[in-house]
Design a protein around this ligand. Structure first.
Ligand code: AKB
Length: 315
């Protein structure tokens, strides 16, 4: 019998939407409680309106639900964070502390989404190693480095089973990202399928690490299911799928939609992207819990276009 009871924060976001469905498929719908500060547009089963800054609300929700696992996805991302750095810090850090303390109370396993935003200009740009200089240049990145360290601290001091992944940009057809620097890589597909041109906010040659949603979800579930003794990294595992530039993904889309056009008008997000790395060495994740991505630029593009076109046809 499946006895896991899984609570998600930030479940209405890009990853949360898809992860909630995957967890429900794996553990059963009633075993999974998605929460978010925003109400879902199309509710799918039980949902709770919850603010991660409200510790009392967290406690009463947990008191009723009795979680054995918490996926803490609520956060302000890199680009949005720069608009109001103190607010981003408060949400990202206080939210994490509230969740870590709650998890201690319930002896629940925790998933923390870290990011390639932990890297900065002094990190090696190519095949960035697991253990390297972390000197991020965004408030989001600073909160992720601090968050990773607190996760490790709670593991070392209190024995809390916290696991984390450094997600690259995530591309998926099921949900839209919001407030990130890698958001262009999802927007570009939607514009292409709608028969429109796309104005990209990054330069054509900006190379960034990316991962297709099915790989991201599988990585998350595999990490959380791995035996504890195999987890040697309690900060955040490097995770790689593919790396490409806006020009390269545009060219790949044009192989299927030859009339598609892209213009480049870099804005403040360019300097964020420039501070990040271009490719990631994820050999530790591969060695510890068998991580292996399935999608590359070509197979991801084909799958994205197929799903988005189906939606256009059905809609
Ligand atoms: C962002 O662009 O802020 C996120 C990330 C890479 O963590 N997608």
């Amino acid at each position: 019998m499946n006895t896991e009871r899984i609570l998600l924060t930030g479940a209405g976001g890009q990853i949360g939407t898809v992860l909630t469905r995957a967890l429900r498929e794996k553990h059963g719908s009633d075993q999974v409680l998605p929460t978010d500060i925003r109400l879902p547009e199309e509710p799918e089963g039980a949902f709770e309106n919850m603010d991660v800054l409200d510790q009392q609300q967290l406690q009463s929700t947990a008191g009723r639900f009795k979680p054995t696992q918490i996926y803490h996805l609520a956060a302000i991302l890199s680009a949005k964070g720069e608009k109001n750095p103190r607010r981003a810090w408060d949400i990202n850090m206080q939210g994490l502390f509230n969740v870590l303390d709650l998890a201690r109370e319930w002896e629940a396993k925790v998933f923390f989404p870290s990011s390639i935003a932990v890297f900065g200009r002094y990190s090696p740009k190519q095949q960035t190693p697991q253990h390297t200089v972390l000197q991020p240049e965004t408030v989001y990145g600073i909160s992720k480095v601090a968050g990773e360290s607190w996760c490790q601290y709670y593991f070392e001091k209190y024995g809390l089973d916290v696991r984390a992944l450094r997600y690259p940009g995530i591309i998926g057809y099921q949900s839209m990202p919001g407030g990130g620097t890698t958001d262009y890589a999802v927007e570009i597909f939607h514009q292409a399928v709608a028969g429109k041109s796309y104005v990209c906010f990054l330069r054509a040659d900006t190379r960034l690490p990316m991962l297709y949603m099915p790989d991201a979800i599988r990585a998350t579930l595999e990490l959380m299911a791995a035996p504890a003794e195999q987890i040697t990294v309690r900060t955040g595992y490097n995770l790689a799928g593919m790396s490409f530039t806006p020009a390269e993904v545009a060219r790949e889309i044009q192989r299927h939609l030859p009339g598609f056009e892209v213009q480049y008008r870099p804005d403040f997000r360019q300097s964020i992207a420039d501070s990040w790395t271009q490719s990631i060495d994820d050999s530790q994740a591969r060695a510890d819990w068998g991580w292996k991505p399935e999608y590359d630029l070509s197979s991801m593009t084909q799958d994205m276009l197929r799903h988005l076109r189906e939606r256009v046809t059905i809609g």
